[in-house]
Design a protein around this ligand. Sequence first.
Ligand SMILES: [Zn+2]
Length: 349
Amino acid sequence: MSAAGPPQGANAPSGGTGRSVMPRNVHSVGPSSARFAVQLRARTLREPAVHEVTSVGATYIGRFAPSPTGPLHAGSLAAALASWLDARAHAGRWLVRIEDVDTPRCVPGAAETILQQLAACGLAPDEPAVLQSRRGAMYEAALARLVDGGLAYPCGCSRKDIEQALAARGYARQRHAELVYPGTCRAGLGGRAARAWRFRTPPGTVAWRDRRLGPQQQDVAHEVGDFVLKRADGLWAYQLAVVVDDALQGITQVVRGEDLADNTARQLMLQEALGLPRPGYLHTPLVLGPDGEKLSKQNGARPLDTGQPMEALNAAAAVLGLTPQAAPVARALGAWQAQWADSYNLARD
Ligand SMILES: [Zn+2]
């Protein structure tokens, strides 16, 4: 170990071989965080709870993971109801995780509002909600593990650098406004400062089976490229946080809106790279806005009126193909739970 030595990578002289050495001892971008990261390396992702839960295989743990960018609306309630029903139909546990890693987008007080709205709809988590913003040490440990394994590397590219590199190769196309990273820093930073950390995406197609959408596959290396794990602004990327949290919380089934299906292949890759168990996946129908896109604040979604929980729940249930129910909430939820077990494939593992 040369932890006391100068940081490798950014300042390492490029040798005559033209081949850079992976900065295996550099775990984080910030100047003061290397020691922090080394300490964290002793921590392990595989805490006992993960093994106990997943090795038994019979225990179902599901989750609803909203971003606190505003109160729940009809679309997010449908996702919450779906994950709750799937957990209850499996006699499993249901957790809520507040995905507030993208702090600039978060609205103060929104997490509390969301939890109150869920409770008003009879959807109370079985454990106190977890906040991703308090779990940075776990994400740091995961990144350190990937770096140690040569599966993550620092990237010095700005968005403009990436656009120029792509243009030089004749690729001007964007996918979901996300640029396919051209791999510029795979072999080293070339004397530039590290900005972000990226996953070294292995070649080949990732395949999985979604319980509703059926067989799925994606060539991540080709369609996405080496994706970001830690952003240039120091914030954790969604993909890494989700994978770490799903594993540490022992999530066995991920039930979420279909708009997130596109992330699954990246998450499966990270699970494999970190040696974490693979949950099952069910992506549910979306509530669409007037523009035909997924309902969101941007296209006119209004906050749920939890003074009328049955109205809100019936609208969510309709999207999921469940029949309207009368009050009280608890009886309606019970009826939907039975319908859910009939209409959606129950996870078999
Ligand atoms: Zn780069």
